[in-house]
Write a protein that binds this ligand. Structure first.
Ligand code: ADP
Ligand code: MG
Length: 585
């Protein structure tokens, strides 16, 4: 194959794939190849036996030999039948293992990838790699690769036999091969670029489906059914276009080989007939017939081999795509770093912290904050002022761009990631609820918790009654059978149950009625005397008792102090507070 079809990247990808996912199965693969080899050998034997059989019929007329030939032929086909079962089953197994290993590697790695990546990729993109591309690669490896080896061996063995029988005739038959190679090379280029476009289009399509199903309420209420249909229609059409074009590009090979086959026949019958008639060559009628049979046996494997190289191009794109995910930057786990010990009380200090998201917008500027153990600290400010971002930096979901974050005086980067996160519990607005019972949903936070502990947490979060009423009943996919406030209460119960040293509520009570909110807030303020408690809320009434309040405005701390101090300052806080109180009056 010409070099142009394989870039340096392709070669490295192929090596990677073979080394990691096929090499562990070398023993099993070898067995498959031995069986394949026996099949190719069987072909050759069949040819030579046929020739002998014909000669028996035409010349010697010995019935006994004919019987013997028939018996051996039966045996030969029995070997072939065994191979026809064994090879696909065994290769499917090997490919299945390869895909399984690759999927697990992908999942394992994705779980360590930095949050930034998930901010900019869709669920569609991720499932495209984990589901479709992994499967397609597996199909290719399992069927095509093994078939290709079988076909290549068949071609080699049968050609060898034909060359042995008549090199001159064979030379005539293969003059068309260079033409086919050029065609394969040409098709490869086009197929690669089409396959890439197809994968992109497919990723978009899956992403859109995900958006459509999760945004169904909004679509219904804004009556966007038409425009959604239109949008998906375009993507479905794109997929159609690329599929057809891909098929077209790879289909040019088959007719070429068919034309070549016809040329072969003519040459062999014409030239071979001439050889047979002339005394100069050692070929008779039986020789020519079996030579023709041999050629027939060559055509299909040759055609399949051509298709294999074409499909290989498509699959090189898939390997590249899957491998791309495996090279995504992982979080620095820092496993040998410090660990926040349980029960020591945690003091967190932010010093001149700056932060920009990867897209470049500066979100936090010179933020100074202190969170004391055993105290409740509140962060307030308008939507978009950067409150959630501060909390994300505390949990090291992102790395600060400047300044210092210290836990008990030690820099955040010196901690093991697990040692840090294990101690932080954030209840945020995006709550994950599983389609299990309320009890199981709460227990998720700490599977080893006792029934009593789970009941206590549920009581504190005001979800105990509902939990008892619903019993074992699942709450529906993503908690669809619950109200927003009920989902929030489950999340809060989880936080109480997990009982980390640092407990953070990020607008976690936004969907609750004032009475329930007050009860939960009281439980929060009373929760674990030692804990470092942080609360983000728009309802200023509920944080009047906080030990410290920070007011954020456009990513900067503009005011700080206790409720009374802040009211005295008559600044942003006081203004927000009187607006809220005025609203209630
Ligand atoms: N993943 C992100 N990538 C880029 N910008 C973001 C991201 N998350 C939030 N922002 C932006 O950062 C700013 C602060 O957001 P956030 O901390 O969520 O505010 P708050 O919690 O105070 O409402 C907003 O302008 C928001 O648009
Ligand atoms: Mg927020």
């Amino acid at each position: 194959m010409a070099n142009r079809s394989f870039s340096k990247q392709d070669k490295s990808n192929l090596t990677w794939f073979v080394k990691l996912y096929l090499k562990p199965h070398v023993a099993a693969l070898s067995v498959v190849f031995v069986v394949i080899l026996s099949q190719a050998f069987v072909y050759q034997q069949f040819l030579s036996l046929t020739e002998r059989g014909l000669r028996v019929i035409f010349e010697q007329g010995q019935l006994q030999e004919l019987v013997w030939i028939c018996a051996v032929t039966t045996g030969i086909f029995a070997v072939r039948a065994f191979g026809s079962y064994f090879i696909p089953v065994q290769s499917a197994k090997i490919a299945g293992r390869a895909v399984q290993a690759m999927r697990l590697d992908l999942i394992k790695h994705l779980l360590t990838v930095r949050q930034e990546f998930f901010d900019r990729s869709t669920a569609g993109d991720v499932s495209l790699r984990l589901a479709n591309q992994a499967r397609d690669l597996g199909d290719f490896v399992g069927q095509s690769t093994v078939n290709a080896v079988r076909d290549a061996l068949t071609v080699i063995v049968v050609s060898g036999y034909l060359i042995y029988k008549s090199p001159q005739l064979f030379a005539f038959a293969i003059v068309v091969i260079p033409m086919i190679l050029v065609a394969i090379n040409f098709a490869s280029q086009r197929i690669k670029s089409l396959q890439r476009s197809y994968e992109n289009a497919f990723g978009h399509y899956m992403g859109s489906i995900d958006e459509m199903t999760s945004g169904m309420r909004t679509i219904k209420m804004t009556r966007q059914e038409e425009s959604e249909t239109q949008r998906l229609n375009n993507e479905v059409n794109d997929l159609f276009k690329f599929t057809v074009n891909l098929q077209k590009a790879s289909a040019i090979l088959a007719p070429l080989i068919d034309v070549a086959s016809a040329a072969f026949y003519l040459l062999v019958i014409g030239v071979g007939g001439y050889f047979a008639l002339s005394d100069q060559y050692a070929l008779d009628g039986a020789g020519i017939i079996s030579f023709l049979l041999g050629l027939v046996m060559l055509f299909d494997p040759a055609k399949n081999l051509g298709n294999f190289f074409v499909r290989l191009q498509s699959n090189l794109i898939l390997i590249d795509s899957v491998r791309g995910y495996l090279t995504l930057a992982a979080e620095d786990q820092n496993p040998t770093g410090q660990w926040l010990d349980r029960g020591q009380g945690v003091h967190i200090a932010l010093q001149a912290v700056d932060f920009s998201y990867p897209n470049g917008t500066q979100v936090l500027t010179a933020v100074d904050m202190q969170f004391q153990a055993g105290k409740t600290t509140a962060i307030v400010g308008a939507t978009g002022s950067g409150k959630t971002t501060v909390l994300a930096l505390l949990a090291k979901l992102y790395d600060r761009s400047g300044g210092d974050i210290r836990y008990n005086g030690i820099g955040i980067d010196d901690y093991a990631l697990a040692g840090l996160r294990e101690n932080i519990n954030i209840v945020s607005q995006d709550i994950v609820i599983f389609n299990k019972s309320i009890y199981d949903n709460i227990a998720y936070a700490r599977p080893d918790a006792s029934i009593d502990e789970i009941h206590a947490a549920a009581r504190k979060a005001q979800i105990f009654d509902l939990m008892t009423t619903r019993g074992d009943q699942p709450v529906g996919p993503k908690g669809s059978g619950l109200s927003g406030g009920q989902r929030q209460r489950i999340a809060i119960a989880r936080a109480f149950l997990k009982s980390a040293q640092i407990l953070i509520l990020d607008e976690a009570t936004s969907a609750l009625d004032p009475v329930t909110e007050k009860l939960i807030n009281d439980a929060f303020f009373d929760h674990e005397a030692q804990a470092t408690k942080i609360i983000v809320t728009h309802k200023l009434k509920s944080i009047e008792n906080a030990d410290m309040i920070y007011v954020l405005d456009a990513g900067q701390v503009v005011e700080q102090g206790q409720h009374a101090d802040l009211m005295g300052q008559q600044g942003l806080y006081a203004a927000m507070y009187s607006t809220q109180m005025g609203d209630r009056a």
